[in-house]
Design a protein around this ligand. Structure first.
Ligand SMILES: NC(=O)c1ccc[n+]([C@@H]2O[C@H](COP(=O)([O-])OP(=O)(O)OC[C@H]3O[C@@H](n4cnc5c(N)ncnc54)[C@H](O)[C@@H]3O)[C@@H](O)[C@H]2O)c1
Length: 250
């Protein structure tokens, strides 16, 4: 028996990076994956990789910052597969800027994707997760644990995700639903490849956010998502688990 045989997973950000790797990993372990993203072409590429490996994946173009899109995705996943066992809130956006240059529009956009989406997807998925004794895996960041220059709004969203995880875990503690978060450090994905610090950024302020060890691979984070979402992690609830090559150890 594979760990996710007969189970269904709704994964956001499935078109790229960690979301793509998690889709491939969970499907390889037997899950029927329902992947959503704003990037339709990327979603199709992920689904093609899943299907080429013999897995099952449906896709839906959806914007997680839209509450109706969140509700539609949870309902359609449950309808398509007859159940919903795992919600992986993986989609995210990140950009670097001087604090003084941040705008209200940027703040709202970043919180829309990184916080509002996971909050309302969890709300939409919860009735199904209560039926399946399922679980939620949110993707936070090392920036939920340590301050990093030029990413004040992003760090605020990831700090919010860490406490959203713990608060929801407490509210659900008398159920069998588990809620956890993973806090990666740098991961080699398009997000990090597109990092663009302000031209006049002070490297002394950036250095503490870079591990002397290497970045993680998306597959390493996907493997941790699979473990946390599996029954092997039945005792893990309300945790924010670092996977950052020691970046936040000091
Ligand atoms: N890459 C890193 O170093 C790193 C480190 C810590 C945490 N994270 C977090 O990991 C998660 C995945 O990031 P990644 O590195 O795979 O990045 P990525 O850019 O490769 O993938 C992010 C995905 O989210 C999707 N997305 C963006 N806005 C969306 C929206 N409104 N609705 C639906 N989908 C949307 C994008 O289209 C993309 O497919 C993010 O939450 C990110 O903050 C990444």
């Amino acid at each position: 028996m594979a760990r996710f045989d007969g189970k269904a997973a709704l994964l956001t950000g499935a078109a790229s990076g960690i979301g793509r790797a998690a889709s491939i990993r969970l499907a390889a372990e037997g899950a029927s994956v329902f992947g959503i993203d704003v990037d339709a072409d990327g979603l199709e590429a992920t689904a093609a990789a899943v299907r080429a490996a013999g897995g099952t994946m449906l896709t839906q173009t959806a914007d997680v910052s839209s509450v109706p899109d969140c509700r539609r995705a949870a309902a359609d996943c449950a309808a398509a597969f007859g159940r919903l066992d795992v919600l992986g809130n993986i989609a995210g956006v990140c950009w670097q800027e001087h604090f003084g240059d941040a705008t209200e529009e940027g703040w709202d956009a970043m919180f829309g994707v990184n916080v509002k989406g996971p909050f309302f997807l969890a709300q939409a998925a919860l009735p199904h997760l209560l039926e399946s004794d399922g679980n939620i895996v949110n993707i936070a960041s090392n920036t939920a644990i340590m301050g990093m220059a030029y990413t004040v709004a992003y760090g605020a969203t990831k700090g919010a995700i860490a406490l959203l995880t713990r608060a929801l875990a407490m509210e659900l503690i008398k159920t069998k639903v588990r809620v956890n978060a993973i806090a990666p450090g740098g991961v080699d994905t398009p997000m990090t490849r597109n990092f663009a610090m302000p031209d006049d950024a002070d490297f002394d302020l950036i250095r503490p956010g870079i591990s002397p060890r290497s970045m993680s691979t998306p597959e390493q984070i996907a493997a941790l998502i699979a473990f946390v979402a599996s029954d092997e992690a039945a005792n893990i609830h309300g945790a924010v688990i670092s996977a950052d090559h020691g970046l936040t150890a000091g």
